[in-house]
Design a protein around this ligand. Structure first.
Ligand code: THU
Length: 128
């Protein structure tokens, strides 16, 4: 389910500069599904990662907890989320959140946010 959704949305990625498609599908803790793809820009830093798109859709849809998120790319190597996206995922994840990394053919890794982003800066630092 999440894998099909992510592969499908990946095909909509707007990637004229990198030609590197990324698709993300996530299930929120209230069992809704959201997707995102990367959207690049001629002004390169204005490009948006697929994870950011899916997270924005989830928050706009009224949820802010991720149950499961699947990330896929069209590349031969397994995608790993960039550092900024690890931090964005952390904001909406907890110890039960599963982060699935996939190629177009199958899911290859199933990680916790702690495995993906150890020694993370989080909201607990803000009040201490
Ligand atoms: N990209 C993502 O969408 N997510 C990631 O976690 C890694 C990188 C995109 C950004 C850019 O459009 C392309 O992949 C190449 O960096």
């Amino acid at each position: 389910m999440l894998h099909n959704m992510a592969v499908n949305v990946m095909k909509n990625a707007y990637v004229p500069y990198s030609d590197f498609q990324v698709g993300v599908a996530l299930k929120s803790t209230n069992n809704k599904f959201y997707t995102g793809c990367n959207v690049e820009n001629a002004a390169y830093p204005q490009g948006v990662c697929a994870e950011a798109g899916a997270i924005s859709a989830m928050v706009a849809g009224g949820c802010n907890r991720i149950s499961e998120v699947l990330i896929v790319s069209g590349g031969k190597r397994l995608i790993v989320p960039c550092g900024g996206c690890r931090q964005k995922l952390l904001e909406f994840s907890d110890a039960n959140t599963r982060i699935l990394l996939a190629t177009v053919s199958k899911v290859q890794k199933n990680l916790s946010i702690e495995e993906l982003l150890p020694y993370a800066f989080n909201d607990t630092f803000l009040n201490s």
